[in-house]
Design a protein around this ligand. Structure first.
Ligand SMILES: Nc1ncnc2c1ncn2[C@@H]1O[C@H](COP(=O)(O)OP(=O)(O)O)[C@@H](O)[C@H]1O
Ligand SMILES: [Mg+2]
Length: 299
C-alpha cells in the first residue's frame, strides 16, 4: 500500500481535482483506492456526494479525530464510505474507490491536537509528540486497510496538525501548483517545512519516516496559440528547475469549460462521459499524469 499526500499552502491550485482524478483513474485501472479528505472545506467529499445526500448522521474523519483526542479512538475503517456513482463505473473494471469524508469541524481538530501538545509549537519534547503525529499513520496500520493499493490524502492548505499527521503517514508527497512566480516561491518554502518536520520527527522517533516529494504538478496551465506555454508561466517553471525540485513532465491545462461540464456528471473528469475535444484533452492529460504518478511512486 502506498500513501500519498497532495499538499500546497495555497487553495485553489487543483489539489482536490488532482486527488479525485488520479484516484478515479487508478481505480479505473483496477486498483483499490482509499481517498482521505482532510480539508475542512470538504471539496473532495462533495465531489462524490451531493450536499443534500450527505446528512448530519454520516460519520466523518472529524468524529474519528475527536475520538482520538478523547482517547477513545474507534477503528478508522468504520468511517470509510463507498460512493455509489463512481464505484458503479470502476467496479466492473476490478477497481474500487473508498472515501474517508471530511467535515467543516476539522478546523477545531487542528486546535485540539495542538493543545494536546501544549500549544501551537508542536514541541518535540512533549510526551505526546509521537502518538499525536502518528495518529493517522497508526490507524492506517490496521489490517482492514491492507487491501488497498493506494491511499491519496487531500490536505488542507496549511501546515497545521492534521496536515502533519498526513505527512507522517505518507510515503510520498505531490504538490499541485499554478505556474506563476509567487506560487513557485511558495514551493521552496513548503519543501523547507516538509524537511523540517521530517528531521524533527526522526530526531526523536524510533522508526524513521521519509515522505518523499516526488514532484510538482503544474495545473491550470495556459497554452498560447504557438503551441507553447504562455511566456510568463514558462519563466516560473524555469524558477522551479533552479531550486531543483522534481517536476512532473505532464501538466494539467486550464479549462473551466471542461471542468464544469465534467462536474455536472458527478464523476471525475477521467470517468466523465465522452465529450468534446476540450474534455478529451483534459482527460488525456490526467491519464498521462496518473501513469507518471505510478512510475514515480513505485517503491
Ligand atoms: N484544469 C483546470 N482548469 C480550470 N479550472 C480548474 C482546473 N482544475 C481545477 N479547476 C477549478 O479550480 C477550482 C480549484 O480547484 P481545486 O481542485 O478545488 O483546488 P484546491 O483543492 O487546491 O483548492 C475549482 O473550482 C476547480 O473546479
Ligand atoms: Mg481542495
Amino acid at each position: 500500500m502506498s500513501v500519498v499526500s497532495v499538499i500546497n499552502y495555497k487553495g485553489g491550485v487543483g489539489k482536490t481535482t488532482l486527488t479525485a482524478n488520479i484516484g478515479a483513474e487508478l481505480a479505473a485501472r483496477g486498483r483499490k483506492v482509499l481517498l482521505v479528505d482532510l480539508d475542512p472545506q470538504a471539496s473532495l467529499t462533495f465531489s462524490f456526494y451531493r450536499p443534500q445526500d450527505f446528512t448530519e448522521e454520516k460519520l466523518t474523519i472529524l468524529q474519528w479525530f475527536q475520538g482520538f483526542i478523547n482517547q477513545r479512538a474507534e477503528p478508522l475503517h468504520r468511517f470509510v464510505l463507498t460512493p455509489r456513482e463512481i464505484n458503479a463505473v470502476v467496479q466492473p473494471r476490478g477497481g474500487q474507490v473508498h472515501l474517508l469524508p471530511a467535515h467543516l469541524g476539522l478546523i477545531e481538530v487542528d486546535l485540539d491536537l495542538a493543545a494536546m501538545l501544549g500549544g501551537a509549537r508542536f514541541l518535540k519534547q512533549h510526551p505526546r509528540y509521537l502518538p499525536v503525529h502518528r495518529a493517522l499513520a497508526d490507524a492506517l496500520l490496521d489490517q482492514e486497510f491492507a487491501g488497498y493499493d493506494s491511499v491519496l490524502i487531500d490536505c488542507a492548505p496549511n501546515f497545521n496538525m492534521v496536515t502533519r499527521t498526513a505527512i507522517v503517514a505518507s510515503d510520498h508527497v505531490i504538490v499541485p501548483a499554478r505556474p506563476d512566480y509567487l506560487s513557485t516561491l511558495g514551493i521552496d518554502y513548503l519543501r523547507a517545512r516538509l524537511t523540517g518536520l521530517i528531521e524533527e520527527y526522526n530526531s526523536i522517533a524510533p522508526d524513521q519516516i521519509n515522505p518523499e516529494l516526488i514532484g510538482v504538478v503544474y495545473t491550470m496551465v495556459q497554452w498560447a496559440s504557438n503551441g507553447q506555454w504562455l511566456t510568463s508561466q514558462r519563466d516560473s517553471v524555469t524558477n522551479t528547475t533552479e531550486i531543483e525540485i522534481p517536476v512532473f513532465r505532464q501538466s494539467m491545462r486550464d479549462n473551466k469549460t471542461a471542468v464544469t461540464a465534467a462536474g455536472a456528471s458527478s464523476l471525475p473528469i477521467v470517468l466523465a462521459p465522452p465529450g468534446n475535444t476540450t474534455i478529451e484533452t483534459l482527460r488525456y492529460e490526467l491519464q498521462q499524469l496518473t501513469s507518471e504518478f505510478l512510475a514515480r511512486t513505485r517503491i
